[in-house]
Design a protein around this ligand. Structure first.
Ligand code: UDP
Length: 327
């Protein structure tokens, strides 16, 4: 039985917002839930725990302003209370997880997004889509700006995620044009930090966990492919800033850290921090793995007054400390 608290003012006298977060037990969703609760909002957290983990939000469960609903967003849902804002984060984001559940990933991106948008329409809520740098595919333009349309394989192993997220953006803009919905679209570049799963499969958590367990670090391909890594706290600040922009600003806006690094250099960095005697081994490069990725964040700087503040070294130290403790 779900029980809601109807006080609308926090102890600081600030008007509380009711915020619904899909994907709330996941890596980003759990950090966002915590931050918005600390800021005095009421949170309705929705997740089916496919790739999220309940333990990420365990400390929030006793809070009277936090409600968790165990639900798959593919199925329509309505908590039955007025909602002010919706963050649509639900979707497996690691290639390992979305490749293992490709059809479900497309359904989550499409049906899940339609359901979030219908809810926003019903309650006249602002709604934010966590889109992705994957909409740029294997980019022919570097760094990537929001006006680049991308280079995506529509039938490949990554397409369920890439095309699913592209379709979700289309849905957002069609609901905006058709119904006047207050939409916000952010394109999130590689992000890392505490609350990633140990078996997440993404590169930062993989290298850190391999090194902590004394295993070889697995670089896919020759390791010359690049990514740009943003620490999770920075990213969450960007999401909240975007949500609270005026209704005439829809995005899409890139959110990420422009510090580009090759996977081989990343492996060497993490190895040096944890155990310099470990080996780096090469494994086959997954199909359609993008060669380069780096955000142009000019728009986020101008419109959100946002840019990352946590360096890769500082962020890696915090993430290593988290995984050491979590073992
Ligand atoms: N990667 C790697 N070793 C691993 C996991 C990933 O070299 O153990 C590479 C992967 O091939 C890609 C990059 O690291 O080039 C980032 O992969 P991730 O899955 O973290 O995210 P992506 O940006 O590909 O969605």
């Amino acid at each position: 039985m779900i029980s809601y608290n109807y006080n609308t003012y926090s102890k600081h006298g600030i008007k509380m917002k009711t915020v619904l977060i899909t994907g709330a037990t996941g890596f980003l969703g759990s950090h966002l839930s915590k931050k918005l609760l600390e800021q005095g909002n009421k949170i309705i957290a929705v997740d089916n725990n496919y790739s999220g983990e309940l333990r990420n939000i365990e400390e929030l469960l006793p809070n009277k302003n936090f409600t968790f609903i165990d639900h798959d967003v593919i199925v329509p849902f309505d908590p039955g209370v007025k909602i002010d804002q919706i963050y649509n984060l639900a979707c497996p984001a690691s290639p390992v997880y979305y490749r293992a559940a490709a059809v479900k990933t497309v359904k989550t991106c499409v049906y899940g997004t339609v359901n979030a948008l219908d809810l926003a329409k019903k309650y006249n809520a602002a709604v934010l889509q966590s889109s992705t740098s994957e909409v740029y595919g294997n980019p022919r333009v570097h760094p990537q700006k929001e006006d680049y349309w991308g280079n995506v394989n529509p039938i490949g192993a990554r397409s369920c995620y890439d095309e699913g997220k592209r379709c979700a953006e289309t849905l957002f803009f069609d609901y905006h044009r058709t119904y006047g919905l207050n939409i916000k679209v952010v394109r999130i570049f590689n992000t890392y930090g505490p609350n990633m799963r140990r078996d997440d499969g993404r590169v930062v958590s993989n290298f850190i966990c391999q090194a902590l367990e004394g295993r070889d670090l697995t670089v896919f391909g020759d390791g010359s492919q690049t990514r740009s890594f943003c620490y999770v706290d920075d990213l969450i600040d960007g999401l909240i800033k975007m949500m609270n922009t005026p209704p005439d600003f829809t995005g899409p806006v890139n959110l990420g850290n422009p510090g580009e690094i090759s996977m081989l250099t990343l492996a060497e960095k993490i190895k040096a921090k944890i155990n310099p005697s470990l080996k780096i081994i090469n494994e086959p490069l997954p199909l359609d793995d993008p060669e380069r990725r780096m955000p142009d964040i000019t728009l986020a700087k101008e419109r959100l007054n946002w840019q990352p503040t946590v360096s890769l070294d500082e962020g890696l130290e915090k993430t290593i400390a988290y995984f050491r403790k979590k073992r």
